[in-house]
Design a protein around this ligand. Structure first.
Ligand code: PA5
Length: 337
């Protein structure tokens, strides 16, 4: 596959700007489509996404999006070993951008030993070496987190075939996000304005249902792009613990950011409203960000594109390079020696 010629892998703002186009860049090979159709016919017991960090996000999104409607379990493993329940009748989709992440490689070895069906998604490394497993190849030279739209389009398409749900039209999705986000008119603040409000503070992104992984992605993007602390939490769970912790923040200005959806149930909406009010009464200056678009997936992706852009603006405000991740590399290097 070839990347759009306007992509500059060394420029994170450029990569984030191309988020909508990258959703519609990778076309699944016929052999992979046919293989997934065969799995569907034959019947598999479950789908397990295996991956770490930037290579785990797409699986996390697809799980959140489809697990309620899927008749087979969808599982996500971000660790060295697979649960015993994942056996020969499962499909394991191992994702590692570099192809060298040790946790993912370890899970892959286990999947092989158990005779699971396997699809690899990678740009190279150990996982990219020729093997009997089908491989979806990603272009080299990018940061793993910047490939979320590429990975997502592959993983979502594969999963939709496997569970027999309607296929996403990525061309339509691309146009929609470009229309919605080209001048950020639909949002209360531009990403730059939002970044200015967050600069020097610690954001905590709060999501419910399909926006839980979006909140998690936003936290990771602030960590890795802006090299700044950030957290995330999930409603309803955070209502049972975290709200107590906010009474004492040790002088650190934490900013709760509520990610809101038009698909919230009445009770979830009520919880989010009350939690917002509680934080307001505690002088925490919370924000609400309403996701744009109609469907769950549109909401997830318009919001991700917006928050990815906020993280890049935060990096520029802090005068840091949003591309480099020296500590992650240092840690991997130390582990390998
Ligand atoms: O964003 C990053 O660089 C990390 O979160 C990586 O994605 C993570 O360390 C896993 O590496 P890889 O994506 O190459 O498997």
């Amino acid at each position: 596959m070839t990347l759009p010629s306007t992509i500059d892998p060394q420029d994170m703002r450029n990569l984030v700007d191309h988020f909508p186009q990258l959703l519609n860049t990778l076309q699944l090979e016929k052999t992979i489509i046919n293989l997934c159709k065969d799995y569907r016919k034959k019947g598999i017991s479950g789908i397990c996404f295996l991956g770490m960090g930037g290579s785990s996000i797409a699986g996390n999104y697809v799980k959140a999006l489809l697990e309620q409607s899927s008749k087979i379990p969808i599982s996500l493993v971000r660790d060295y070993s697979l649960p015993t329940s994942i056996d020969t009748d499962w499909l394991v989709i191992a994702v590692s951008y570099s192809g060298n992440t040790e946790e993912t490689l370890s899970g892959l070895v286990q999947a092989k030993e158990r005779g699971c069906n396997i699809i690899r998604i990678t740009s190279g490394g150990e996982m990219g070496q020729e093997s009997e497993d089908p491989i979806i190849r990603l272009p080299t030279g990018l940061q793993p987190r910047a490939t979320l739209p590429l990975m997502l389009s592959a993983i979502l398409a594969v999963t939709e075939i496997l569970i027999g749900s309607n296929r996403t039209d990525f061309g339509k999705l691309e146009s929609l996000i470009i229309t919605m986000n080209s001048s950020w008119k639909e949002w209360d603040e531009t990403p730059k304005e939002m970044a200015e409000s967050l600069f020097g503070k610690v954001p905590i992104f709060i999501g419910a249902n399909h926006l839980k992984p979006v909140a998690y992605r936003a936290k990771c993007q602030v960590n890795e792009n802006a090299k700044a602390p950030a957290f995330y939490s999930e409603i309803p769970e955070a209502n049972h613990n975290e709200i107590e912790g906010f009474f004492d923040i040790y002088g650190c200005k934490m900013i709760p950011i509520f990610l809101r959806s038009q698909h919230e149930s009445t009770r979830i909406a009520r919880r989010l409203d009350i939690t917002y009010d509680l934080y307001l009464e505690m002088d925490l200056s919370p924000f609400k960000i309403q996701a744009q678009g109609q469907t769950l997936l549109e909401e997830m992706l318009t919001l991700t594109h917006y928050l990815d852009s906020v993280s890049v603006e935060l990096a520029y405000l802090g005068d840091v390079d949003p591309v480099s991740v020296e500590r992650i590399q240092d840690l991997k290097h130390r582990l390998s020696t």
